[in-house]
Design a protein around this ligand. Structure first.
Ligand SMILES: [Zn+2]
Length: 300
């Protein structure tokens, strides 16, 4: 015990001289980086060199001191005893040992969640199916947001009747078999019929059938081409959906649906054929922007 106390004193003085040495070295560099100062006067260069030499002498002296004190230290015969701290890694309580594995597992989980959520974010921002308010993003618009699915029937009627009036070859009739929500039947020339179920101003379901077929919400057309158009209409319904401009969404969808008036008369824009050479179907896809007809296989 007594022996180790002496050791501590020696160690202290060794550390002290190390500190002094470091301080004098940093003093040298400080002086060097400052360069010539005003108080060096006219013939500053010589004075500066003298000052530097003195500082370097100091370093030399301090280094010698350090060497002496270090030499005086006894060489340790065995590794230092760290006392009870070495038992830290030997935790004996079972439930505390289990904590470690749990910790590692939860770390892995958060890591995975982070990874997956960043993938999901990239994918979702590419395919913006904006059927919720969450994605509508910009805070400046948030104040004006109104509910799309809780709109007065009169307002819905106005929107749909306005659209009806703007097409001479597309007849839209409204019925309300399910309480206040509108179910809209569309007769497009002699080409097709469609039924659209609304919830407020939000389009929820579309079913497209041939001109001669009976129309209801759930049974599919017996013709493959109208089943294809139904499928594409669902895509359009999602594409045009806008949480902030519900009227525009309905109008855009109706404009898009109206472009099917030439379903059997207009050839595909890409292959210029009426019937596709393998599927033998007319162009059942309409571009969302240009409304040009394409075969499903040709739309890219
Ligand atoms: Zn084609």
């Amino acid at each position: 015990m007594n022996n180790s106390a002496i050791n501590v004193d020696q160690l202290n003085s060794a550390l002290n001289s190390l500190r002094v040495l470091r301080s004098s070295v940093s003093h040298v560099f400080e002086t060097l980086s400052n360069g010539l100062r005003a108080d060096h006067g006219e013939d500053g260069k010589d004075k500066f060199l003298l000052e530097l030499q003195e500082l370097l002498n100091n370093v030399n002296i301090n280094l010698r001191d350090l060497e002496q004190t270090v030499n005086g230290l006894p060489i340790p015969t065995a590794p230092f005893n760290l006392g009870t701290t070495s038992f830290l890694s030997h935790e004996t309580t079972q439930d505390r040992q289990a904590l470690y594995t749990q910790l590692v597992n939860s770390y892995k989980w958060t890591d995975k969640i982070h990874e997956y959520s960043s993938f999901a974010h990239t994918l979702l921002s590419q395919n913006s199916l904006k059927r919720s308010y969450i994605n509508s993003g910009s805070t400046k618009r948030r104040g004006k947001l109104q509910s799309n699915h809780n709109v007065a029937p009169l307002q819905v009627d106005n929107v749909i009747n306005n659209i009806d009036r703007s097409y001479s070859d597309m007849k839209i009739t409204i019925s309300r078999p399910f309480a206040s929500n509108a179910v809209v039947q569309i007769n497009l020339s002699h080409v097709l019929k469609a039924v659209v179920a609304f919830k407020g101003l939000l389009m929820e379901w579309v079913m497209v059938k041939g001109y001669g077929e009976s129309l209801d919400l759930w049974s599919e057309s017996r013709h493959f081409v109208f089943r294809k158009v139904t499928e594409n209409a669902h895509a359009a319904m999602l594409h045009f959906y806008s949480p902030t401009l519900p009227e525009l969404a309905v109008r855009s969808f109706m404009t898009w649906l109206h472009s099917y008036v030439n379903l059997f008369s207009e050839p595909c824009k890409r292959c210029s054929c009426h019937l596709h050479h393998t599927s033998l179907l007319p162009p059942a896809w309409r571009d969302f922007r240009t409304l040009e007809p394409f075969h499903d296989e040709c739309k890219q």
